[in-house]
Design a protein around this ligand. Structure first.
Ligand code: CP
Length: 327
């Protein structure tokens, strides 16, 4: 167990060692148990988390704000549009200044080819830990909550379990690559058989895929890329089909919508679910495009764990805040 994680940034799970991640999960389960029992756990009394959003959010905002309050601190919502950030405050200024007012800075900045760089610039200038609430490359807290949920459903040793991280069609907008990328990076650290399934145009960043391959080798798991939607379901224990944009192919919205429309049949329904193992679970980070990305019968069905998954955002985030923001 690693006991000194004070002041550590969480920008990607990949930068935390396996032992540090194991510590984080131990703390998350302890805090979840304490909340279930109604035990006080004000580990961050008088601490402030600045939460800077450049993009909309439901789960991330509410779970971070609830989490810091339950730890005895305060969450300060900062909207980029209604502050001087939209008029030119730089990343360095945000790190320097908000870092002097608060005990942690959490940021969601998903702009393509910019978000991760922005968060790293803030972290460079900040004297307090910086937590990535989603960027163009990573969504580390989503992947942590997802792994916690898988461990709860299948047991803590997830080695040998097969997860299918798959593209699914959605019409709403060109979503970031951050969820599938964080998933393939984290699940390969824990010895799982990781399948990445997508049409050719929806590839992930090549260096992320290379890191996932390397992780799988080190953890004695496996990693494979498939391009057939149905094949991805066959024999899988965990199904994680969600939409993402074809950013590696085009940044043009109209062109990307045209490409996406070729894959309208990539929808998770009961027939697809029947291809997976009998006790397979369905996961989605939410929000989902209902009856486009996934049928109501699946997302509301007995194999769906989406609400447990959303709840676990709260517990992993509290664990990371408690470990990194303490005095
Ligand atoms: N899964 C997730 O990050 O949800 P929000 O976009 O609502 O925060």
């Amino acid at each position: 167990m690693q006991t000194d994680l004070r002041n550590r940034d969480m920008i990607t799970d990949q930068e935390w060692s396996r032992e540090e991640l194991d510590t984080l999960f131990e703390v998350a389960w302890d805090l979840k148990r304490k909340r279930a029992l109604g035990e006080s756990h004000a580990l961050l009394r008088d601490k402030v988390l600045g939460m800077l959003f450049f993009f909309t959010s439901t789960r991330t905002r509410t779970s971070f704000e609830s989490g810091i309050a339950q730890l005895g601190g305060h969450g300060m919502f900062i909207d980029s549009e209604t502050t001087q950030i939209s008029h030119g405050d730089t990343a360095k200024e945000i790190g320097e200044i908000i870092g002097r007012y608060t005990d942690g800075i959490a940021i969601r900045q998903c702009d393509w080819n910019f978000g991760n760089q922005y968060i790293r610039e803030v972290a460079e200038a900040s004297r307090v830990p910086v937590l990535n609430m989603q960027c163009d490359v990573y969504h580390p807290f989503q992947a942590l909550a997802d792994l916690m949920t898988i461990m709860e459903k299948f047991g803590r040793d997830v080695r040998g379990k097969t997860i299918n991280v798959s593209y699914a069609y959605a019409s709403s907008y060109q979503k970031p690559l951050s969820v599938p990328q964080s998933l393939i990076l984290l699940m390969t650290r824990f010895g799982m058989n990781v399948r990445l399934t997508h049409p050719e145009e929806f590839a992930l960043m090549p260096d992320i895929v290379e890191q996932a391959k390397d992780n799988a080798k080190k953890s004695r798991g496996s990693f494979e890329v498939l391009h057939d939607f149905d094949e991805g379901f066959k024999g899988a224990d965990i199904l994680y089909p969600k939409s993402w944009g074809c950013w590696m192919t085009t940044e043009d919205k109209d062109e990307s919508a045209k490409i996406g429309a070729k894959y309208k049949h990539w929808i998770t329904d009961d027939q697809r679910m029947a291809l997976a193992n009998e006790d397979a679970i369905y996961m989605h980070c939410l929000p989902a495009d209902r009856n486009i990305e996934v049928s109501d019968s699946v997302i509301d069905g007995p194999q769906s764990v989406v609400y447990d998954e959303a709840e676990n955002r709260l517990h992993v985030q509290k664990a990371v805040m408690a470990l990194t923001m303490r005095s």
